[in-house]
Design a protein around this ligand. Structure first.
Ligand SMILES: Nc1ncnc2c1ncn2[C@@H]1O[C@H](COP(=O)(O)OP(=O)(O)OP(=O)(O)O)[C@@H](O)[C@H]1O
Ligand SMILES: [Mg+2]
Length: 764
């Protein structure tokens, strides 16, 4: 048996062993919240609670998978029966079971953001509204915001405050668009992401028998990252926990970063009110186990500037660790090179793997410079988010076929595939079918069934052919598993052939991607964790992947992770680079309308810092292209706000690409070193004004380091290293073309360095 209890501190143990009744764990970053939740579930199961009766809600499906895996180590395969996943995936499952009660069928489609926007665009057009006024992103976010506050179309239209707000935004018809959008989704037997929560609330509100069933079923409800639940999610958990009152929520108010999407930090305060102050057990965890003292204290120095926060003091017994590097670059491309170079050096000097590194940025668009630079030094990376595998055109095309085979009411899938491969069906015909369907309040499939009444000639024949094809696919659904059906559809639809015939490099890549999707379906079917092997079950699992759940491209999993800070929530890495620390980028100009917004940006920065275990580095560029124009940038105020004692200006060279070594070293370091000094001065001035502690900024030696002067390096020689200072060579090893030296440094201890990269100066 795994002894997990002994690996817990006192308050952690208290939380794990807490019996019945509401429990709120409010704790700092890296203090073991997720660990406590994991072991609490294991502990409940060990004490006889049926895993089928435990509901655990996590931020990503991947986090759920990891948690399940850990629990499995303690309780065995029983762990597979826990209801565990994101709010969206768990409630999609419940909605499928209960679909009939709210007028859906269990094979409903899930519209992704592109589908939702495409439908909104059609509606704006059909209503004769101006698409420059009714920009699809604004319309979408207003509707999404309403759903997350549980405001349906009728309430929206009748709400005078909302109406006035829309009028002042010059979009008075949003309510009508919303109503039409909801109707069209319903006719398409489709739900968008927000509907999964909205409709769950409707289901539980209007069908008390169903609510009752789940209230009794779930004896324990757990919520990780509670600070980021929105009103709609909070209500669902409250309803579900109303009978047993066994609800355990875990969160950190300092890490609340989704207010812009309707997450409500007040939930933490409401929890005590809703369950009765005297009934709620509160556990505070304040000891951080993840990061060095430097990182924990630097993070504290940032978050203490926020006014809105609960009282807690995060500390750690871990070692002090290195200071936080601040890297200044002249441009975004140089920032890419410097960061790639720093990763390369740290990796070599400390014998680390790519997985030990993460680059975190504020927006996805920043990834490009880092991708290029990492490729140049042959370091593999993975991008989480951005244009994911499942957003690629060829993948969406095949998925649309699969979706339409499962649900013929799916209007967006229909629009995507009706003329793919080309069948001579024009956009006007497709739009006409949509409009007729909307007018008759029927689905597109009903119109297709009587197509000759509405469309004449060749187009009608082509549509009939398409309908026959879909019917033939549909027949397979009950007989074959997801993989067999999908392979058949890929071939019989003509999609695979079209890609196969395209012999360009891109065409080949697209063909391989489709094969890769089929592989993923095969894996799904073969995975013993999935008890349902149908195509519908597979589609549900992919449509609910969050950005952090992404599929990896090949078998090589040792990669540097690139992702937004939002996606990094809950994760940890030995080395973290927070990049783009510039005013208007981070804090983001788009988000800064009020003090509250600034505080949310600061919490986001806090989340970023607290991902790092050992080494943290922060960088900024002096110039950056923004919407195609070169912009001068100022360092972020967050750099100034941080307690300067923990910072170190880094004097780094450009990336160690072969070409760079042809240039004299001095050229490469000059711009960065003089620049650093001015930044240090400006930091010093600003901190003096704000009366923060005086900066203690350590500098790397200013000597001219020449990497090539080590050709005849031998044991016993004294050397100076740019970072580690003075030392004595103990041994030199030759391995193929690589030469390695073992050096005993006076301060830094023994290090093994690759001589082609180590910046060493022989001391005479
Ligand atoms: N008592 C403990 N002893 C040793 N290591 C611990 C202990 N508690 C937690 N840890 C380790 O500390 C790290 C952080 O834990 P965990 O991820 O559970 O923290 P968290 O509070 O959920 O963090 P976040 O706020 O980022 O979500 C993990 O590597 C975990 O294994
Ligand atoms: Mg966590």
């Amino acid at each position: 048996m795994v002894d997990y209890i002994s690996g817990l501190n006192e308050p952690q143990r208290e939380a794990v062993m807490h019996g019945d009744g509401p429990l709120m764990i409010i704790a700092g970053a890296g203090s073991g919240k997720t660990r406590v939740l994991t072991y609490r579930i294991a502990h409940l199961i060990e004490n006889g609670v049926d895993p089928f009766r435990i509901l655990s809600l996590t931020f990503t499906n991947k986090a759920a998978g990891e948690m399940r895996h850990r629990i499995e180590k303690v309780v065995g395969t029983e762990a597979r029966n826990i209801w565990m996943g994101t709010f969206h995936s768990v409630f999609a499952k419940i909605l499928r079971i209960e679909a009939k009660a709210i007028g859906y069928t269990s094979n409903f489609s899930i519209y992704d953001t592109d589908d939702s926007k495409s439908l909104l665009r059609s509606i704006v057009k059909e209503m004769g509204l101006d698409d420059k006024t009714y920009r699809v992103n604004s319309v979408f976010s207003r509707i999404s915001g309403a759903k997350n506050r549980l405001i349906g179309p009728d309430d929206y239209i009748n709400n005078s405050v909302i109406q006035a707000d829309d009028e002042s935004a010059r979009m008075p018809h949003i309510g009508r668009i919303y109503r039409q959008y909801a109707l069209r989704c319903f006719q398409a037997n489709a739900m968008d992401f927000d509907d999964l929560l909205f409709n769950t609330n409707v289901l539980f509100r209007d069908h008390l028998d169903i609510l009752n069933k789940y209230q009794h079923k779930f004896q324990h409800v757990m919520v990780d990252e509670f600070q980021d639940t929105n009103v709609s999610q909070y209500l669902i958990t409250r309803k579900l926990a109303a009978v047993h009152q066994n609800i355990c929520v875990v969160g950190d108010d300092a890490q609340s970063i989704y207010a812009f999407r309707g997450a409500n930090i007040e939930n933490i305060l409401n929890f005590q009110r809703d369950y009765g102050k005297e009934n709620v057990k509160i556990v505070k965890l304040e000891q951080n186990y993840r990061s060095t003292k430097t990182i924990v204290e630097a993070a504290n120095s940032i978050i203490s500037r926020n006014k809105h926060q609960l009282e807690k003091h995060v500390f750690t017994d871990n070692e002090a660790g290195p200071l936080i590097d601040v890297i200044k670059a002249s441009s975004d491309n140089e920032e890419g090179r410097l960061v790639a170079s720093a990763i390369f050096e740290t990796k070599m000097n400390e014998s680390l793997t790519n997985n030990d590194f993460a680059i975190l940025y504020r927006t996805n668009a920043q990834s490009r410079a880092f991708e290029e630079a990492l490729r140049k030094v042959s370091i593999k990376y993975r991008i989480i988010g951005g244009l994911s595998f499942y957003q690629r055109k060829e993948i969406k095309d095949l998925i649309a076929y699969l979706r339409f085979t499962v649900n013929q009411q799916d209007e967006e899938a229909f629009k995507r595939i009706i003329n793919l491969p080309k069948r001579g069906i024009g956009d006007t015909t497709v739009a006409k079918i949509s409009v007729i369907a909307a007018e008759k309040q029927d689905s597109v499939w009903e119109i297709v069934a009587e197509i000759s009444k509405h469309v004449a000639g060749r187009a009608a024949i082509a549509i009939e052919g398409f309908a026959d094809l879909i019917k033939s696919f549909k027949l397979l659904l009950d007989q074959k598993d997801a993989f067999d059906v999908a392979s058949h559809i890929a071939k019989a639809s003509g999609l695979l052939k079209e890609l196969y015939d395209d012999k360009t490099v891109e065409g080949l890549a697209r063909y391989e991607n489709v094969q890769e999707l089929l592989n993923a379906i095969k894996e799904f079917v073969d995975n013993p964790d999935n008890d349902e092997k149908s195509l519908g079950a597979f589609l549900q699992s992919v449509s609910l992947l969050t950005t952090a759940d992404e599929k990896e491209d090949d078998g090589d999993n040792d990669r540097v992770t690139l992702m937004t800070i939002h996606a990094a929530k809950g994760l940890e890495f030995k080395n973290v680079h927070i990049v783009g620390l510039e005013e208007d980028l981070f804090p983001s100009q788009m988000m800064l309308e009020s003090r509250n917004d600034l505080e949310e940006e600061r919490r986001l920065f806090y989340v970023a810092i607290t991902r790092a275990e050992k080494r943290l580095s922060m960088s900024y560029a002096e110039t950056r292209y923004h919407y195609g124009r070169l912009k001068m940038c100022e360092p972020s105020r967050f750099l100034m706000e941080m307690d300067q004692r923990y910072l170190k200006m880094s004097k780094l060279r450009s990336a160690p690409s072969r070409m760079d070594f042809d240039r004299p070293e001095r050229d490469r370091s000059e711009s960065t070193s003089s620049g650093s000094m001015s930044f240090v001065r400006s930091l010093a001035q600003k901190t003096a004004r704000s009366q923060a502690p005086q900066p203690i900024v350590s500098h790397t030696p200013s000597a001219d380091f020449t990497p090539t002067s080590t050709a005849d390096l031998a044991a016993g020689q004294r050397v100076e290293h740019a970072k580690f200072g003075f030392g004595t060579v103990k041994q030199v090893d030759v391995n193929g073309t690589e030469r390695k030296a073992t050096i005993q440094f006076e301060q830094a201890g023994e290090k093994v360095l690759l001589l082609s990269f180590a910046k060493l100066r022989v001391v005479q």
